[in-house]
Design a binder for this molecule. Sequence first.
Ligand SMILES: Cc1cc2nc3c(=O)[nH]c(=O)nc-3n(C[C@H](O)[C@H](O)[C@H](O)COP(=O)(O)OP(=O)(O)OC[C@H]3O[C@@H](n4cnc5c(N)ncnc54)[C@H](O)[C@@H]3O)c2cc1C
Length: 280
Amino acid sequence: MKYFCPSTIAEYFEVIQTFKDRQFTLLSGGTDLVPRYENKQPLPMHLIDIKKLEGLKGIVERDNEIEIGSLTSIEDLKKSRVIQKYFTALWMAATEFAGVQIRHRATIGGNICNASPAGDTLPPLYALNAKLKVISQHSQRLVPISEFITGPGEVDLKSGEILESVILYKQPYQSTFYKLGLRSAMAIAVVNFSVTYKLNGRTFSYLTVTAGAVAPTIVYLKTLTDAIVNNTKILDGNFEQIDQDIAPITDIRATSTYRQKALINTLRYTLNSIISGNYV
Ligand SMILES: Cc1cc2nc3c(=O)[nH]c(=O)nc-3n(C[C@H](O)[C@H](O)[C@H](O)COP(=O)(O)OP(=O)(O)OC[C@H]3O[C@@H](n4cnc5c(N)ncnc54)[C@H](O)[C@@H]3O)c2cc1C
């Protein structure tokens, strides 16, 4: 294996031009990749360490939007007052993410490109309609995150492309995040979800719920939320509409039935708490 560590984007494109096809892997924080190599997954022919790339790190606030560099660490998201104020769900996901050492290494770009169905930043990014700036040597494109992630571990990155940043638009909605793990720290989610909402008295006038770890990719619980908007009675029901949008699996962390019941119960509790003003 050959290791490269470019420090500018120009240098990065120079390096990858020397490879005939995409026989290289990008390494940012390494918190997903390194454990895989330690578990005997074969090393790539070429490993390009991108964490020193200039200009891909940090959070920039503009009038109506925020741009988060793909190399921004989860710890930096957690420390950001801008993220906390405008994108509370993403900030909460960062605060519940792993432990402090991992948060310092792990990046938002790595969490997105790893495309785990249980990735913690993903439900908030879907609910907040994040757009991803993907660049290649001579072009750039903006892709909604729901189109960028095409399956578990699969993303729409063409040869030579790199995820540069994440763009979030300031919205007139509040948002929150919930994560259920098998323990309270350093746990991958059994279920996680994000709620973006606007209240009109004691009803939701706007509601989006996105859930993780209950389908191959993050899902919008559209059937349920359409039923709940302007109709709080549904909140006392058993949320059977949820089955239209989820397809949980059984794995080492939980059975499919447990995931379905856990999602229903924790979501019902969260929505009722928001409506009654008891949500903290
Ligand atoms: C102990 C432990 C606890 C963890 N806890 C959590 C948790 O609570 N919640 C959670 O969601 N995850 C958790 N993870 C998983 C991991 O930390 C995250 O997914 C993290 O965000 C990955 O980021 P990274 O920078 O380390 O990615 P890397 O491992 O460097 O890369 C991951 C993938 O993304 C690609 N990639 C990275 N950056 C880019 C880019 N800019 N452009 C294109 N491709 C890119 C890489 O090629 C690779 O395929 C945990 C991992 C460990 C080891």
